[in-house]
Design a protein around this ligand. Structure first.
Ligand SMILES: [Zn+2]
Length: 200
């Protein structure tokens, strides 16, 4: 169905343009100075690192199908919260920015090559990356209710991005559109490589 693939191509290029627009600050934008649901919700959309990794989790889940379909979009937010709690508790984790950048590069490549794994293995990959995404914010959160609402907003935005990636991936069930998703994976991987070069 050429209509569908054109549509998907359009979506992917729109996404790339949006990503490039947002991405003037390509490194992880770092520490917000306000805390609440809205700030938490806005943050994953404020930089390429979270945005692309979270979309990629949904896209990859759609490629893997079966149990990964719902497992990955559940595992990522849960392990992200675990990462935030690690930071909150003062546990040291080196290479956080590198881990976040690597998540974009690796997830992009997994999509580009349409790599399928057993559900437990894909969940493990996503879990490791999610810890870095959560850890980046746990250490800066003040104690109290505003931090909780920031976290709730952050997780809600993450879930929305996962579902967006999942929806794009599922719509792209046809062969042509599936190729477009893989091209999108290449773009994500390339931006991830760029982020990684900045983080190293
Ligand atoms: Zn961040």
């Amino acid at each position: 169905m050429p209509h569908l693939s054109v549509k998907t191509c359009g979506r992917l290029s729109a996404l790339a343009v949006a990503a490039l627009g947002i991405g003037s600050a390509l490194a992880h934008p770092g520490h917000p100075d306000a805390f609440g649901f809205n700030d938490g919700f806005a943050h994953p959309f404020s930089g390429l690192d979270h945005l692309l990794a979270m979309l990629a989790v949904g896209l990859w889940a759609a490629q893997n199908k079966r149990s990964a379909l719902w497992l990955l979009p559940l595992v990522f937010p849960l392990m992200m919260v675990a990462g935030a709690l690690l930071a909150f508790a003062g546990v040291a984790l080196p290479g956080v920015e590198t881990g976040i950048a690597a998540s974009v590069a690796v997830l992009g490549l997994l999509i580009a090559f349409a790599i399928r794994m057993p559900a437990w293995a894909s969940a493990a990959v996503v879990s490791v990356f999610a810890v870095f995404h959560g850890y980046a914010h746990g250490s800066e959160l003040p104690h109290g209710a505003s931090a909780l609402w920031y976290g709730v907003g952050f997780v809600a935005a993450t879930a929305l991005l996962h579902l967006s990636g999942l929806a794009i991936g599922l719509v792209a069930g046809q062969k042509m559109a599936a190729q477009a998703v893989r091209v999108g994976g290449i773009a994500i991987a390339a931006i991830g490589g760029y982020l990684l070069s900045g983080a190293l």
